[in-house]
Design a protein around this ligand. Structure first.
Ligand code: MN
Ligand code: MN
Length: 292
């Protein structure tokens, strides 16, 4: 672990979070919000670890504006973004109620209370069962459900999700937390407590660099390897670089198995989902909340 680079990424994320809270307003185009946040990360000396996610209402995660997106901010909006410094990533998120809706406010408070409780108890050696238990009991005591098939995760160099999950319920897997970098992200909902795959998100990840014939696809593949490595990116970024002809190249790369495209993750129609996320660095005898 490169503690210095992780701490630097965390400081940038905290500053960008404060900036984001100031620009996220009802009626502002999501495209403008995403580009402003990503621009701020770069201005402060980091790089986006993945495209800014701006998921509204029952979309729990993986909504990032397309290059021609006209959606306006509203509802219960999750603002989830990451920063990396030379591949050392931090991941964080907050939720805002843009409708002045009392229930939205309570949902947001439930995920905030859940993460506060986890941050007080998490340390080297603790079981993921206990973490999940604290998250679910906090959210249930507010009258909502945790989203049980979304979870926090370990992170490593150029790796946003290692194999380790930090569950939002006690999943009885009893994994002991060891020193390392982790994202904790409670999701609270008045829906079913489970998300399903929705529409394709336009967010991709490199899975293979196997060769292919199409010149545009090859050109894009080289750019991805150079610019993002194994971190997620989106069609908006690729179209910004190569123009709209890149859509065809991305499709070919997906069909050839070079890229994996993530689906949006959605709760039942009419429901709402809130999320709060922080990154922590667990050391042998201490814990640093790097995105605080
Ligand atoms: Mn996140
Ligand atoms: Mn995360």
């Amino acid at each position: 672990m490169n503690t210095e680079k992780i701490i630097k990424a965390g400081k940038i994320a905290s500053e960008v979070r404060a900036y984001a809270r100031g620009i996220v307003k009802k009626g502002v185009p999501l495209l403008e919000i995403a580009e402003s946040i990503e621009g701020k990360i770069i201005e402060l000396g980091g790089k986006p670890a993945f495209p800014v996610n701006l998921s509204r209402d029952n979309i729990a995660a993986h909504y990032t504006p397309s290059y021609d997106d006209e959606t306006l901010a509203g509802g219960l909006l999750k603002v989830d973004f990451g920063v990396h410094v030379d591949g050392w990533t931090v991941d964080n998120a907050f939720s805002v109620d843009l409708d002045g809706d009392e229930n939205n406010g309570k949902l947001i408070e439930a995920s905030e209370k859940a993460i506060e409780s986890v941050l007080k108890l998490i340390k080297n050696g603790i079981s993921t069962n206990d973490v999940g238990e604290v998250i679910s009991s906090e959210i249930e005591s507010s009258g909502f459900s945790p989203v049980m098939n979304l979870s926090g995760h370990g992170m490593d160099e150029y790796e946003l999700h290692t194999g380790i999950s930090i569950p939002n319920v006690n999943d009885h897997r009893d994994i002991k937390i060891i020193p390392g970098l982790y994202a904790i992200e409670p999701f609270a909902t008045n829906g079913s407590g489970r998300v399903k795959d929705g529409k394709p998100s336009g967010i991709y990840e490199l899975v293979s660099n196997k060769n292919l014939r199409s010149p545009i696809a090859r050109e894009i593949l080289e750019f991805i390897e150079e610019e993002y490595d194994t971190l997620p990116f989106c069609s908006r970024w690729i179209i910004k670089k190569f123009g709209t002809r890149a859509s065809f190249g991305l499709k070919q790369l997906e069909e050839n198995g070079n890229l994996h495209q993530f689906d949006q993750l959605v709760e039942v129609p009419g429901s709402k989902v809130s999320q709060t996320e922080h990154t922590i660095l667990v050391e042998k005898d201490s814990v640093i909340i790097v995105t605080k």
